[in-house]
Design a protein around this ligand. Structure first.
Ligand SMILES: Cc1ncc(COP(=O)(O)O)c(C=O)c1O
Length: 437
């Protein structure tokens, strides 16, 4: 068979897989996310900073499984650790060595961590964190920030992606099927607005159990003083401050956003990078708050239920231990940040060369490209100015050129990406801008 004939067969093969997906999966997809049909793909394999689709096309992967593959795909240390664990069984429910060791490493690494509770996904971790805060304070409400993403639970899906700014503190549900009774339980405030946050927290001081925040909110960095102000007022009023570090944990710094930005919450939620691409999440925090999840507590002592069949799973935990071992080696974060910084700067420069107002917002290890004039947006409302249609068209051009991204979302950099990957990505970024200009 000639190379051309094989390509044709593979392309037809991918179309057949997409059609099969369409017949059995809701929306033909795995959940929230679909690519436009002209670039839709089925992944065949991943290796280091690349994936290959079933049509045989290679992509530099800047989506990394939506973040978890911080070390790249099939990292040899993770594969070895998981293979070794697999020989010993894949789940026990009882305590196991990898789960204990991963918890030890996380408690040592994360500034706020004294104790840890495992969860199965980030959505579950934020749900438990809010529940613990309610038990610890005896209050019920939670304040979150507009544009902040805390997963799929009923308390998280308020004011996450509103088309217009919210009537603070009243948010709108993001999803159908969210019970209306939760409206009063979740207050929504604008990110990076110290005055409004302090006013709302003060007004609801007797009802608020927690303030939950992504310290790097998607692609928005906290303005100086914002996280500090949240820390001060929540400490004064006995409200639990939760940092959602599911994206930032072990990514923007070894100790996460709390280390990088120098503000330590009471509780932090972790997921994605902590388990090297295997399904697992956790919450960590002050011992007195985490103590409400102690199974030895009685119901009268406000015991919180927080557990699941696969939580603390030894395969995911073994992957996590191996990943953290790699991440703890000298120079790993320098490499990550150097590559991210190069790509970010090049995207903005090449965009300007082609006449686009484009920003690469966030941190070097994780950033988002937005087509907008404002180089320093602070809030979800500011981000509404971005041209999403242009962002989508640019992403489609990138994917056609072998650069895999999630349109209008984030670029995740991997420790497995190389300088050569970034060189190739910059060339293709230029080509994608040229195609739109
Ligand atoms: C900051 C943040 N919190 C929570 C979640 C939910 O995590 P999961 O998708 O594992 O449920 C996500 C997912 O992207 C996230 O980015």
């Amino acid at each position: 068979m000639t190379a051309v004939a094989r390509d044709v067969d593979e392309v037809a093969g991918q179309a057949a897989w997409l059609a099969r997906a369409d017949r059995v999966l809701a929306g033909g997809a795995l959940g929230l996310f679909t690519l436009p049909p002209e670039v839709d793909l089925v992944v065949a394999a991943g290796s280091a900073g690349h994936v290959v689709d079933v049509a045989g096309r290679d992509y530099i992967d800047f989506h990394l499984g939506s973040g978890p593959a911080l070390l790249g795909h099939a990292h040899p240390a993770v594969v070895a650790a998981v293979s070794a664990q697999l020989q010993k069984g894949s789940t026990y429910y009882f305590l196991n060595e990898p789960a204990i060791e991963l918890a030890e490493r996380m408690v040592a690494a994360i500034p706020c961590a004294e104790h840890l509770v495992y969860a199965g996904s980030g959505s579950e971790a934020t749900l438990y964190a809010m529940r613990l805060a309610r038990a610890a304070t005896g209050r019920s409400k939670v304040l979150k920030f507009e544009g902040g993403w805390h997963g799929m639970n009923e308390y998280a899906l308020w004011g996450t992606v509103p088309a217009t700014p919210s009537a603070y503190p009243v948010g709108r549900p993001d999803s159908a099927g969210i019970p209306g009774v939760i409206r009063d339980e979740v207050l929504v405030a604008p990110f990076n607005d110290i005055e409004t946050a302090e006013r709302l927290i003060g007004q609801h001081r007797d009802e608020l159990a927690a303030v939950i925040v992504e310290p790097l909110q998607r692609v928005l960095r906290p303005i100086p003083g914002f996280l500090e102000a949240l820390r001060t007022i929540t400490r004064e009023l006995g409200i639990v401050l939760i940092f959602d570090e599911i994206v930032t944990g072990f990514r923007i710094a070894w100790g996460g956003a709390q280390e990088l930005y120098g503000v330590v919450p009471d509780v932090a939620t972790y997921g994605k990078a902590m388990s090297g691409g295997f399904p697992m999440a956790a919450l960590v925090g002050r011992a007195d708050v985490m103590a409400y999840a102690d199974a030895r507590r009685t119901a009268q002592a406000r015991r919180v239920w927080a557990g699941g069949t696969l939580n603390g799973n030894p395969i995911a935990a073994a992957a996590g231990v191996a990943s953290l071992e790699v991440l703890s080696q000298p120079g790993v974060y320098d490499h990550l940040h150097r590559l991210g910084s190069r790509l970010r700067r090049a995207i903005v420069e090449r965009g300007h060369d082609h006449g686009f107002a484009v920003q690469a917002l966030g941190e070097d290890a994780v950033f988002g490209v937005r087509f907008m004039e404002d180089p320093d947006p602070h809030s979800w409302a500011d981000l509404l100015a971005a041209d999403k249609d242009l962002g989508l068209r640019w992403a489609v051009e990138l994917i056609k050129r072998g650069i895999l991204v999630n349109p209008n979302e984030k670029f995740y950099i991997s420790t497995a990406h190389t300088e050569a990957d970034i060189d190739r990505a910059i060339e293709q970024v230029d080509g994608a801008f040229a195609a739109l200009a």
